[in-house]
Design a binder for this molecule. Structure first.
Ligand code: NAD
Ligand code: MG
Length: 393
């Protein structure tokens, strides 16, 4: 029986993964080793009971008592805290879903590569923070990383059977989010609720807001660089309001291979779950005649500076990705706490990257986990400071 673990099981990607596991036979077809979640321990325990998991881990030690209670009478062990998450990742499985949100997903993802199975990677932040480390760890232990982000799954699929060296560019599409056509003045007054209302995809709150600011696309540009090894100038972004074409790969002969699909993450998750096979998936079949039109346009980097910042981060290299991701996470926290306005997020991130670069904090010939975590910590502190100053003005 295939052994699986799901990190971030209670989130949007986690629930979609479990939906597929359930449809493909649930506990009869899969042996679930670890399921993890956050504060929603009632849901975590329900899922653990349903899949008969060996262990359920909440990220928060203060939630351990409630998790134990919710699991009473089941055979599932309960644990809590970051170290317990990492230890759960040490338990050997054949397939792991990495779907914790944010840099908190890095250590469990890295540790799960050590047992040499397949890591289905939704947590793009771990590639942005420490792509070289993730890829090297996979090679060292004979593990395989499969992309789950829809754009990267699309690129991966377009490259099947092709010579990677013949791919000269990739185009990642962005819906443009709910603020695609908003003016700068409207953006300045945007609320977290408005930012989280994605027009096409149903996702967790943080990635939804990152989609509205195009920070999600910025992370995905860096993810494409780290995962596939494309040079920064080979990575393009197009706004595509319909979210039907997820990415395109351009080859040396001028041909473009596009991947089209409905805005349903179960396609990319299911592809990673069955790869190299293609299982039948319960996603909508596209009716292109009904959709009628597919539009594409260049992103407006004045209103949405994140795409430009991603290029600067890629050009900078070293620890810039880790600092960028941490600054972005801290700026989002400040926006959610109503300390800063929506457009201030990009301003704070840019200021902090500049400060850290000038102080020499981003330079490093080699990247290891300690350096990544140190710069992550520093970037969060500096961003919180920058946000406080911005908020007062
Ligand atoms: P979500 O907020 O719905 O779920 C996040 C999960 O992580 C939950 O289980 C939560 O309990 C857990 N979690 C939160 N903070 C944690 C912490 N500090 N430590 C440990 N666990 C923690 O998020 P999501 O939308 O499912 O996204 C998960 C990941 O997948 C993100 O990296 C996101 O960028 C990526 N992703 C999501 C989508 C999507 O459609 N939702 C698409 C592409 C990529
Ligand atoms: Mg994506």
């Amino acid at each position: 029986m295939r052994r699986i673990s799901i990190f971030g099981a209670t989130g949007s990607i986690g629930e979609n993964t479990i939906d597929l596991v359930r449809r493909q036979g649930g506990p009869e077809a899969f042996r679930t080793v670890a399921l993890t979640g956050g504060r929603n321990v009632t849901r975590l325990a329900e899922l653990a009971r349903e899949l008969d998991a060996d262990i359920a881990v909440t990220a928060y030690p203060e939630c351990l008592g409630a998790l134990r209670e919710a699991l009473a009478g089941s055979r599932t062990e309960a644990a809590a805290g970051p170290e317990a998450l990492a230890e759960a990742a040490d338990r050997p499985v054949d397939w792991t879903m990495s779907a914790i949100v944010g840099a908190a997903g890095l250590v469990p993802g890295l540790r799960s590569l050590r047992h040499g199975g397949t890591l289905a990677l939704a947590n793009k932040e771990s590639l942005v923070c420490a792509g070289a480390l993730m890829m090297a760890e996979a090679v060292r232990h004979g593990a395989r990383i499969l992309p789950v982000d829809s754009e990267h799954s699309a690129i991966f699929q377009a490259l099947q059977g092709e010579d990677r060296a013949r791919a000269e560019r990739v185009i990642i599409t962005a819906s443009g989010g709910p603020f695609r056509d908003w003016t700068a003045a409207q953006l300045a007054a945007a609320t977290p609720e408005q930012a989280a209302a994605h027009p096409n995809w149903v996702m967790g709150q943080r990635i939804s807001i990152d989609s509205a600011s195009l920070f999600n696309k910025a992370l995905e540009m860096i993810e494409a660089r780290e995962f596939f090894g494309f040079a920064p100038e080979q990575i393009e972004v197009l706004v595509h309001p319909q979210s039907i074409v997820h990415a395109l790969v351009g080859f040396a002969d001028g041909g473009l291979m596009a991947h089209l699909g409905p805005a349903d993450m179960r396609h990319a998750i299911g592809y990673a779950l069955s790869w190299p096979d293609r299982a039948a998936l319960p996603v909508e079949r596209l009716d292109l005649a009904r959709i009628g039109q597919l539009e594409f346009r260049a992103p407006d980097e004045m209103r949405f500076p994140a795409v430009r910042l991603a290029r600067e981060v890629m050009a900078r290299g070293g620890l810039a990705g880790a600092a960028f991701n941490a600054a972005k996470e801290a700026a989002l926290d400040a926006f959610l706490a109503a300390e800063i306005r929506f457009p201030d997020m990009a301003g704070c991130v840019e200021a902090v990257l500049g400060q850290l670069d000038a102080a020499g904090n981003l330079t490093s010939a080699t990247i290891d986990l300690d350096k990544v975590q140190a710069v992550d910590h520093l970037a969060r502190l500096k961003t919180a400071e920058a946000a406080r100053k911005t908020g007062k003005n």
